[in-house]
Design a protein around this ligand. Structure first.
Ligand SMILES: Nc1ncnc2c1ncn2[C@@H]1O[C@H](COP(=O)(O)OP(=O)(O)OP(=O)(O)O)[C@@H](O)[C@H]1O
Length: 262
């Protein structure tokens, strides 16, 4: 039992398999995710990380298997049996999704303030002054100056766009955030600042996170638990420090040692 298991699980994944025709995307994956827990899914390119993340976040239906989520009322629901309206509400409020490419998660032609405010409006907030002041507060929390609130994200740097995407996701106080290589493609110093910010926000808000990364340093810094994937299978999982300091599987040993040699 780990420190998070005092509460009921937030997400339960049962034997999730996804095929693309004959090709395996991910195979027979099962795990529980607990409130406040950060789980990293790692593995080389093509190992099935994105397929699994997309199945978990209802962007891609599994071929077989089931995923259950604890709704805000405490009831456990099968995600693929939700109505379309229920699913959309979940994605707009209780969940976030941080894309590697910020443009996939932002509206590039509306202002930074509107990008954040839009999620509030989607859950019924109609008071303009209120929305603007919450958006301003969130820009501050992700270290974007107030005087950029009316600028659109096309005028932002890569790191700023990513921070804006995070603010847009977190403004509705989601309980679960999916992240797909959130620091990928950024300069090393920009990555370090973003990781530090993410780590603080995740801890302050007590978020549950499923993060896909091929970067073990990102997994080490952010996650409590890690799952190593290869050819669609989870080949090793456990507490992050334990798996990275003392990997059991030869493949994980190779992954870890290849990083250490860089
Ligand atoms: N849309 C698709 N159609 C057919 N095969 C796919 C599709 N998407 C993924 N695959 C295959 O599924 C397997 C897992 O791919 P997936 O993208 O999930 O891996 P990944 O670990 O996320 O890789 P990367 O780090 O490069 O994004 C691969 O063999 C891939 O070729």
């Amino acid at each position: 039992m780990n420190a998070f298991q005092a509460e009921d699980p937030l997400l339960q994944v049962h034997n999730v398999t996804r095929y693309y025709g004959d090709r395996v995307g991910c195979l027979d994956v099962s795990f529980d995710l607990w409130p406040g827990e950060v789980l990293a899914i790692v593995g080389e390119s093509g190992s099935g990380k994105t397929t699994l993340l997309n199945c978990l976040s209802t962007r891609l239906a599994p071929t077989t298997g089931a995923i259950e989520y604890r709704m805000r009322d405490g009831a456990m629901r099968n995600l693929y049996q939700l109505t379309e309206a229920e699913r959309r509400l979940l994605m707009r409020t209780d969940w976030g999704f941080v894309h590697q490419n910020a443009a996939d998660g932002l509206r590039m032609n509306v202002s930074a303030g509107a990008n954040v405010g839009e999620r509030l409006m989607a859950i019924g907030d109609r008071h303009y002054g209120n929305i603007r002041s919450i958006a301003d507060d969130w820009l501050g929390r992700v270290e974007i100056e107030s005087d950029r609130i009316d600028d659109d994200p096309r005028s932002f740097s890569g790191g700023m766009r990513q921070r804006l995407q995070i603010a847009r996701n977190l403004v509705t106080r989601p309980r679960l955030v999916f992240m797909d290589e959130p620091t990928g493609g950024l300069d090393v110093s920009v990555q370090a600042r973003l990781l530090d910010l993410l780590r603080r926000l995740v801890a302050d808000l007590g978020l549950s996170v499923v993060i896909v990364t091929h970067d073990l340093a990102v997994a080490r810094l952010l996650s409590h638990r890690i799952m190593v994937m290869r050819h669609g299978n989870v080949i090793e999982s456990g507490l992050t420090d334990q798996v990275l300091d003392d990997p059991r599987e030869p493949y994980t040993q190779l992954l870890v040692s290849s990083i250490l040699q860089v």
